[in-house]
Unconditional design. Structure first.
Length: 339
């Protein structure tokens, strides 16, 4: 058997709609939510992120060997997934394409899969894309408009230098949360499907994740041969305003060890982990070889954590004007001052 190749992220971009709404969190803090404009689909936003990722990676569509999509919900066609429509729209006629779905943990599951494809030598350049178009699944006036938002991200995954690669992951099904979220057919939403959640859903999912993370993180550290003390950056999805700080405490880290993007973007489903990685890398100044732990939880899906050594020369896109680094930095300064 051929030796496994080191693999990791080579480029990372995000795309956020320019339409934004100022809200107030239950804590009294001001926050922002972003929503697709009329006539724009989740696939449009996913393509925007993908084209940016290829551009900053110096690749053409024909250079992509495999495209993975972990979009959720995968709109505009809710039952299919976006990998092949995106490959077709971008002219990738020779590329392999398939979809992965694990709700809000889908991005990490897809990253793990993309790295494994490169490690095995099956593919050289993998384009990983994720979009979360939540807004077309709720009607005007729905209470969730203060919770959810829309966003996309894209990664190019390829071979990296030894010691600067994806190390491994651990995944646990979130079966006990299956009753917390439901989807129904509705003529009141733009997509024709409706997200149905209860008032206690977010808190129950958060509580379940906190119970599971100590054991799952021990499993990850045992598999990879590194220790908790070695971690330089803790990158967490932020489905609720408190999830990041609570999870940092659960994992034995401090508030300054990670960035909380909830005030800037809200719950953007599977796009949370890519956006969190993007803002963490920019604001914390990741260096080659830094050990990065990523954690993402999704109801009726998975709780996933991964470890990677940050590669040299990762191309990071520019932050969208509607979700700037300056705004994110200001939110972080306020958060740490209150910690």
């Amino acid at each position: 058997m051929a030796e496994l190749k080191p693999a990791g992220i080579r480029a990372l971009t995000i795309a956020v709609p320019s339409d934004r709404r100022d809200i107030t969190l239950p804590s009294g803090q001001p926050a922002v939510r972003h929503f697709l404009a009329d006539g724009m689909t989740g696939l449009d936003l996913e393509r925007e992120a993908a084209e940016q990722a290829l551009r900053i990676a110096g690749l053409e569509p024909g250079d992509v060997d495999l495209i993975l999509s972990a979009s959720f919900p995968a709109l505009p066609e809710p039952c299919i997934g976006n990998a092949t429509p995106l490959a077709y729209a971008m002219g990738m006629k020779d590329a392999a394409a398939y979809n992965l779905e694990s709700a809000c943990a889908g991005g990490l599951v897809a990253l793990r899969t993309a790295c494994q494809e490169v490690m095995l030598g099956e593919y050289k350049n993998v384009l990983l894309t994720v979009v979360c178009p939540y807004s077309p699944t709720i009607e005007a006036g729905h209470p969730a408009t203060t919770v959810i938002g829309d966003a996309a991200y894209a990664m190019v995954v390829g071979e990296t230098a030894p010691g600067q690669e994806f190390l491994g992951g651990a995944i646990r099904n979130s079966g006990p949360t299956c009753d917390l979220v439901a989807w129904g057919v509705s003529d009141k939403t733009a997509s024709g499907i409706r997200l149905e959640v209860g008032a206690k859903t977010a808190g129950q999912l958060e509580d379940w994740a906190q119970d599971q993370l100590p054991g799952l993180s021990r499993q990850l550290f045992e598999r990879t041969g590194v220790s908790r003390e070695d971690v330089d950056h803790w990158v967490l999805n932020a489905p609720t305003p408190n999830f990041v700080d609570r999870t940092l405490k659960t994992l034995g880290a401090s508030p300054k060890d990670g960035v909380n993007i909830n005030r800037l973007l809200g719950n953007i489903g599977p796009s949370l982990i890519g956006a969190s990685l993007f803002y963490n890398a920019h604001l914390r100044g990741f260096q080659p070889g830094d050990l990065v732990l990523c954690c993402s939880v999704g109801s009726e899906a998975s709780l996933a954590i991964t470890l990677m050594r940050w590669p040299e020369g990762v191309a990071l896109g520019e932050a969208p004007a509607s979700a700037s680094l300056e705004e994110m930095r200001r939110y972080e300064e306020e958060r740490l001052a209150a910690a």
